[in-house]
Design a protein around this ligand. Structure first.
Ligand SMILES: Cc1cc2nc3c(=O)[nH]c(=O)nc-3n(C[C@H](O)[C@H](O)[C@H](O)COP(=O)(O)OP(=O)(O)OC[C@H]3O[C@@H](n4cnc5c(N)ncnc54)[C@H](O)[C@@H]3O)c2cc1C
Length: 510
């Protein structure tokens, strides 16, 4: 702690780490370091490099609210452009002097006697911080299917998240395992070069057309000259994203309308009745993440592409066996099988009670309003369990979360408090309330099994509400919601007003 300024460590220089650094500077906290494993900022958009990688949120909305970009080339943009935008923001926000690249964190242990976090890097260095912000991202670690034989395959295989650019794909027999978010982007690219491409689909997804359109230079000039046009564009997009929340709400007419629209698109694009039937989902809209693509269905119609509506059963020396018993010889296997979402064991975090974060989180990760959890003083998630709002662009939620965190840090400094730990009872109360809300949404319903739910059937990823609701919850966060662990006075219990947010909001919304 220097001159009432806590030493703050931020792990990760993706969108949320950049937002956090910018917010710290804005609120006058300057003793911080962004620790990034890679050699440049950009997070996901730096790590991932599979062919076809693009954002499925409109570019003008997938941007910092305070850094609109008139130069987006299209309404939806690809990886390189987003990475470039993030690097530019990082530079313009003045974060260069505060960032350490090529610094991979392996562990973070709370030091009771010094009230600080002791971090260990992969290189064996030790770093101490009073406050730690986890901005490590929640979709990072590749998830492979649990099937026998993966190691005995004699050809090349890799996960979409760790693309092997050294292998020539031209004229190869390739199988893509999976048909969700990354597969719909990869398949059209592989289809152009593969001799034969097999796509294994365990369950069909709702797919809407992306309607990608490049902006003309005149349009970009207008965006530059009249920034209000960008604000207006975001507003329209925000309204449309709001409809996605309705479409995920059980009983809301928007769900049927979205499904009808997606079915029409499928019928328009795929003539073959058997293929159309195979591509028709049997789950409700947004139980699995809704997808957008202009070129996935057309790719499946090519002569060199086959969709098999069956999962992967086994990998052999020369290929694969599908769940419905087909043996297929291939040269390359690409696993598009998702990520270990919220993998709290990615680094070894040990809190004040000697418990690891991974163990504390278990199957039902609990975080008070998505940003902090009991037993881990001065540890904050930029976007933690149930800390992401479905109907808002990622940037907006991340910006709001880090704004709350930095506000709390400022208030701590002003009150001479060095360390706080969120009250367990309040966190339990909040969590209990959330469990009463999940069933309202297709992605949180007990009969939905998707990447939104874990093996225990719990849905730890999304907040069961909308962005307006999220803002209300974050406005109500105060230091009274925390126990003081070091420095300052013991805080009073949360006031009636502060404690009553759950029932009052439930009442408003039921
Ligand atoms: C393939 C893919 C496609 C996606 N597409 C979309 C999309 O279309 N729309 C959308 O809204 N979202 C999408 N997402 C989600 C996307 O991750 C978020 O939108 C956003 O990038 C998350 O930002 P973040 O800063 O929280 O985390 P990340 O972008 O994941 O950044 C985390 C950073 O932390 C660093 N890091 C991790 N562990 C350590 C460590 N131990 N030590 C040091 N540094 C570490 C990483 O290197 C990385 O730079 C996608 C995710 C993936 C994986």
């Amino acid at each position: 702690m220097t001159q009432n300024q806590p030493r703050i460590g931020i792990i990760g220089a993706g969108p949320s780490g950049i937002a956090c650094g910018r917010e710290l500077l804005r609120q006058g906290l300057t003793d911080f370091t962004i620790l990034e494993a890679l050699d440049a900022p950009g997070g996901t958009w730096r790590v991932q490099s599979y062919p076809g990688l693009a954002c499925d949120v409109w570019a003008h909305s997938y941007s910092f609210t305070y850094a609109p970009n008139p130069d987006w080339s299209a309404n939806f943009v690809e990886r390189a452009e987003i990475q470039e935008y993030l690097a530019k923001c990082w530079e313009e926000f003045g974060l260069r002097p505060y960032t350490r690249f090529n610094t991979s964190i392996e562990s973070a242990h709370w030091q009771e006697e010094d009230s600080c976090w002791r971090l260990r890097t992969e290189a064996g260095e030790t770093l101490d911080f009073d406050v730690l912000v986890n901005a490590m991202g929640n979709q990072h670690t590749p998830l492979y299917p649990d099937v026998p034989g993966k190691d005995r395959f004699l050809g090349e295989s890799w996960h979409a998240a760790r693309w092997n650019h050294d292998v020539d794909l031209d004229g190869k027999r390739i199988v893509v395992v999976g048909s969700a978010a990354s597969a719909v982007q990869i398949v059209p690219e592989l289809a152009k070069v593969a001799k034969h491409l097999t796509v294994l689909q365990r369950s069909a997804n709702w797919i809407m057309p992306r309607n990608r359109r490049f902006y003309t230079s005149a349009e970009r000039r207008m965006f530059r000259r009249f920034p209000r046009l960008i604000a207006l564009t975001r507003r329209v997009q925000g309204f449309l994203m709001g409809q996605v929340e309705h479409a995920a709400t059980i009983g809301h007419p928007r769900m049927d309308q979205f499904e009808w629209y997606a079915r029409q698109y499928l019928a328009r694009t795929i003539d073959n009745p058997a293929l159309r039937a195979a591509l028709t989902p049997d789950s409700r809209y947004q139980c699995k993440r809704g997808l957008i693509s202009d070129d996935f269905y057309p790719a499946l119609k090519r002569d060199n592409v086959e969709l098999i509506a069956s999962g992967l059963e086994e990998v052999t020396e020369n290929g694969i066996v599908t769940a419905d018993g087909r043996r297929i010889d291939v040269d390359i296997i690409v696993y598009c099988t998702g990520y270990r979402i919220l993998d709290f064991d990615r680094i070894d975090v040990v809190g004040s009670e000697g418990q690891s974060l991974a163990a504390a989180m278990g199957d039902t990760p609990k975080a008070y309003k998505g940003i902090t959890t009991p037993g881990f003083p001065n540890y904050f998630f930029a976007v933690g369990p149930n800390g992401l709002v479905l109907n808002a662009p990622y940037f907006k939620t991340a910006e709001r979360n880090v704004e709350t965190i930095v506000r709390l840090l400022k208030e701590m400094g002003e009150s001479g408090i060095r360390a706080v730990d969120v009250r367990r009872s309040l966190t339990e109360e909040y969590f209990h309330w959330m469990t009463t809300q999940f069933g309202k949404f297709s992605w949180g319903s007990p009969d939905c099994h998707s990447y939104y739910t874990n093996a225990a059937g719990h849905a730890p990823f999304l907040f069961p509400g909308n962005f307006k609701h999220w803002l209300e919850l974050h406005d109500a966060i105060g230091l009274d919601d925390f126990n003081v662990v070091a420095g300052g006075d013991v805080r009073p219990q949360p006031s009636e007003k502060s404690r009553s947010w759950i029932p009052s909001l439930v009442k408003q919304r039921s």
